[in-house]
Write a protein that binds this ligand. Structure first.
Ligand code: SF4
Ligand code: SF4
Length: 191
């Protein structure tokens, strides 16, 4: 009331939305294991998933063949979605994210069911996660990767030190042998 009203010149000028705006739900298909948790927890039942099982050959002799789920369809009906974010919260594999994308209006309500190709495209508009609090505990994945890298570096240094020690020992043995062969020579001198 105390400020002059300004007309937003959309679509010529895009609005500046907060980075964590709830626009649409993006799918990182590569992370989805078809566990169906999101579809089961969605209060509106507006996530549609189809999949089939694929048998993978055993990686070792006498081992059993493995099966894995292959995603055939992943769609969200945005005419039903109430943007509660439960699906994103419950996904155990970080396959769903909020994107601030908002230009997905359609003329027909039936076209508001968006398929996995469109959901995958929206991944490009998902903002990077906020930086960690400097005093926060190190994430488990990073701590595990750091420990593994330190262990590998220590093993490499130990192998290098062992190789150097072996080379030194060979050198000393060679010098000793040379000294041993010199001894008869000295007796030649005596003769
Ligand atoms: S945001 Fe809520 S309503 Fe929308 S798809 Fe996810 S769980 Fe369902
Ligand atoms: S909860 Fe995540 S991993 Fe499971 S089906 Fe949904 S998107 Fe895929």
């Amino acid at each position: 009331m105390t400020r002059k009203s300004v007309t937003a010149q959309y679509p010529d000028v895009q609005p500046e939305l907060p980075p964590r705006s709830r626009g649409v739900i993006a799918l990182l298909e590569e992370n989805c294991t078809v566990c169906m948790l999101c579809a089961r927890e969605c209060p509106d039942w507006c996530i549609y998933i189809d999949s089939h099982k694929e048998t993978l050959p055993a990686v070792e002799p006498n081992a059993r063949a493995r099966t894995r789920n292959v995603l055939d369809r992943f769609a969200i009906d945005f005419s039903l979605c109430m943007y509660c974010g439960i699906c994103i919260e419950v996904c155990p594999f970080d396959a769903l994210f909020w994107s601030p994308e908002f230009e997905y209006a359609e003329e027909d309500i039936h076209d508001l069911t968006h398929e996995r190709e469109r959901l995958r495209e929206w991944m490009w508009t998902v903002p990077a996660p906020p930086a960690l609090d400097p005093s926060a505990e190190e994430p488990k994945e990073i701590a595990a990767a750091r420990k593994a890298a330190e262990k590998a570096a220590a093993a490499e240094a130990a192998a290098r030190a062992a190789a150097a020690a072996a080379a030194d020992a060979d050198g000393e043995a060679g010098a000793g042998a040379d000294a041993g062969t010199d001894a008869p020579g000295s007796s030649e001198g005596d003769a």
